[in-house]
Ligand binder design. Structure first.
Ligand SMILES: CC(C)(COP(=O)(O)OP(=O)(O)OC[C@H]1O[C@@H](n2cnc3c(N)ncnc32)[C@H](O)[C@@H]1OP(=O)(O)O)[C@@H](O)C(=O)NCCC(=O)NCCS
Length: 419
């Protein structure tokens, strides 16, 4: 079996020396769309207040994907940044694992679209469905591929376009979520480091605490499911909160224990960015100060599977992680799922900023079907927000449209931009 195409010949075992194979993080990158949805914007849509949202969640604003952006396009930007940070070529990737609950389509996988968009010709590509824990599940899976000798470089992505699955008249959910993408490249090495301990749990009694009722085989999409709003995220906030506070600390502790470490050995926790109160409860549960917890949910809200890799990339690029540091990524989500990985960091943190700078959204192109007549994907409630100019220097073609978009939608958006 050739070293360059390990997945294509799974029947032929890879010769191993018997030495353990470690999976180090060698690349990382993230992408957040430019348009900002503030708490003040939400005050105009539902009966809420900035004060309520900040005090109950810590969230001040979140990002919204532009009409031309999708889970695949944002994932591709984050992925190319991670690949540039790693200093490898797209074709060096053997496996692409993309965690999302908002895929571009039911099929093909969003990972397959990303593979083409980043210029990879040889990887196996698939999506991971574990909601907000998806990136951590993907990371654990990527590590297993490397440890088994089936892959050398695995691209693990978390990417979401949640704003298209939210009911902007439901104040319980629409204040929480935002869009974005993050990615890491895991690389095989013979030297110790990388993921040291992993824990993953799934508790199906929580299956209907956060869910999206329609669109699947149980309730295929129909005029009736749309009329009932069953294609939007539903959530029992209190139950989810209880699960999260109970599980996050115990899942992190189990991963730390498997690594042969204690929580006081961990330099930085990178928890799922759902709610500042949940993160504070985790710190308290682990008897650690809040400065051991990385927090950026004030800027992005909950980006589900994208939250941990965006936070990881930001933490490293902000100098919060040094070579030799022990960090823990930990998440919880629908399922109920939870997962944690204790990681020894071995890459030069300086590489991340250069990797980010090397890739712009214009560098990726997600191919669309040629004969497809699309609709405007932006929810009506967000139309005014999406018409606002974005921060100077941010390269977002606001008048871009998806091919086949009805002419009236294109006209309407151009009018909004001029306003
Ligand atoms: C959603 C969440 C922020 C709500 O906070 P909470 O403290 O539990 O608030 P409650 O649900 O008890 O609501 C308290 C009151 O605020 C009201 N309220 C709910 N959402 C509101 C909003 N956006 N603005 C203003 N008031 C709101 C409720 O109606 C309730 O009013 P009442 O007392 O008159 O009935 C919190 O439960 C949470 O974060 N849960 C976890 C969600 C999560 O992380 N999901 C993603 C998982 S990956």
């Amino acid at each position: 079996m050739s070293e360059t195409s390990p997945i294509r010949s799974p029947a032929t075992p890879r010769p191993t020396s018997g030495a353990p194979r470690y999976a180090h993080v060698i690349g990382w990158g993230s992408y957040a769309p430019a348009q900002v949805l503030t708490n003040a914007d939400l005050e105009r849509m539902v009966d809420t207040s900035d004060e309520w949202i900040v005090s109950r969640t810590g969230i001040r604003e979140r990002r919204v994907a532009a009409a031309h952006e999708t889970t695949a396009s944002m994932a591709a930007v984050a992925s190319l940044r991670a690949i540039r940070t790693a200093g490898i070529e797209p074709d060096d990737i053997d496996v692409i694992l993309l965690a999302t609950l908002t895929p571009d389509y039911w099929m093909p996988s969003t990972a397959a679209l990303v593979k083409e968009a980043i210029g990879n010709t040889r990887a196996a590509a698939m999506d991971v469905a574990a909601a907000c824990s998806g990136f951590v599940y993907g990371y654990a899976t990527g590590q297993a591929y490397i440890a088994s000798g089936m892959a050398r470089n695995v691209l693990v992505i978390g990417a979401e376009t949640l704003t298209r699955f939210l009911d902007y008249s439901d104040r319980n959910t629409c204040i929480l979520f935002g869009d974005g993408a993050g990615a890491v490249v895991l690389g095989a090495a013979d030297t110790p480091g990388g993921g040291l301990g992993i824990e993953m749990t799934t508790e199906p009694e929580g299956a209907y605490m956060i869910w999206l009722p329609a669109g699947g085989a149980k309730r295929p999409p129909s005029a009736e499911t749309i009329a009932r709003g069953e294609h939007f995220v539903r959530m029992e906030g209190k139950e989810t909160y209880r699960f999260a506070t109970r599980t996050l600390a115990s899942t992190a502790l189990a991963a730390i224990d498997r690594a042969g470490l204690k929580s006081s050995d961990i330099d930085l926790f990178i928890p799922h960015q759902a709610n500042i109160r949940i993160i504070e409860a985790v710190a308290k549960g682990l008897s650690l100060p809040m400065d051991r917890m990385f927090v950026n949910l004030d800027k992005y809200g909950n980006t589900s599977a994208a939250s941990v890799p965006i936070a990881l990339a930001e933490a490293v690029n902000q100098g919060r992680v040094k070579v030799g540091d022990r960090i823990v990524i930990v998440a919880f989500g629908a399922g109920f799922t939870s997962g944690a990985v204790a990681i020894e960091w071995t890459a030069d943190p300086e590489r991340g900023r250069a990797g980010d700078a090397a890739v712009t959204p214009a560098d990726v192109h997600v191919r669309l079907p040629v004969d497809w007549d699309s609709v405007d994907p932006i929810p009506d409630a967000l139309a005014a927000v999406m018409g606002r100019p974005v921060a100077p220097g941010v390269d977002v073609p606001l008048d871009d449209v998806v091919p086949g978009e009805p002419e009236h939608a294109r006209r309407d958006r151009k009018t909004e931009i001029r306003v």
